[in-house]
Design a protein around this ligand. Structure first.
Ligand code: HEC
Length: 143
């Protein structure tokens, strides 16, 4: 089920392009996993486990649920300052993600995080991610 749920963004894209949905359940999920492996896993770990008190976990992180409305901006702008994840305080710096990642790629990445390692977070649509980015001043031209 999680694969299907995580495919909302991919389905929207494929429908928009008038293509068949059949590739959706493999490729889009893989895209999120690939982006995670390239851009996030070196810090957050292949299993989203984090690193002691330096890097917070993503696996079963209460932060994801509590801050769902800010996750796209967090990725595009980075993050610094104290925050608490599962009762543990972190106070480090996360760099902004690669600005070449499209809204669609960010959506697939977030949905991979939301549905991996035991996470059962609510998945995102591309338009939701775009709206979040607009809300924090990431203008369409820079996307
Ligand atoms: C250079 C290491 C580094 C990279 C690369 C990185 N992060 Fe982070 N991330 C951090 C640190 C450190 C924090 C905590 C920042 C703070 O203390 O304010 C954090 C915080 C977070 C949080 C909020 C806290 C939590 O654990 O839920 C999320 C969500 C997150 N990162 C997701 C990602 C995703 C997705 C990627 C890939 C695009 C990524 N990060 C790439 C280091 C990194």
């Amino acid at each position: 089920m999680s694969r299907r749920r995580s495919c909302v963004a991919g389905a929207a894209t494929l429908l928009g392009a008038g293509l068949s949905l059949s590739g959706c359940f493999t490729e889009r999920q893989n895209e999120g996993a690939r982006i995670y492996a390239t851009h996030c896993a070196n810090c957050h770990g292949a299993q989203g486990e984090g690193l002691q008190r330096l890097i917070p976990p993503l696996a079963r992180a209460d932060y994801l649920t509590k801050n769902r409305a800010n996750l796209a901006c967090l990725l595009r702008k980075g993050l610094q300052g104290p925050l608490v994840v599962n009762g543990v305080e972190f106070n480090q710096v996360m760099p902004a993600a690669d600005s070449h990642l499209t809204d669609s790629q960010l959506t697939n990445l977030l949905n991979f995080v939301q549905t991996s390692w035991g996470n059962q977070g609510e998945v995102f649509t591309i338009s939701e991610v775009s709206a979040q980015l607009e809300g924090c001043g990431v203008v369409p031209d820079s996307r």
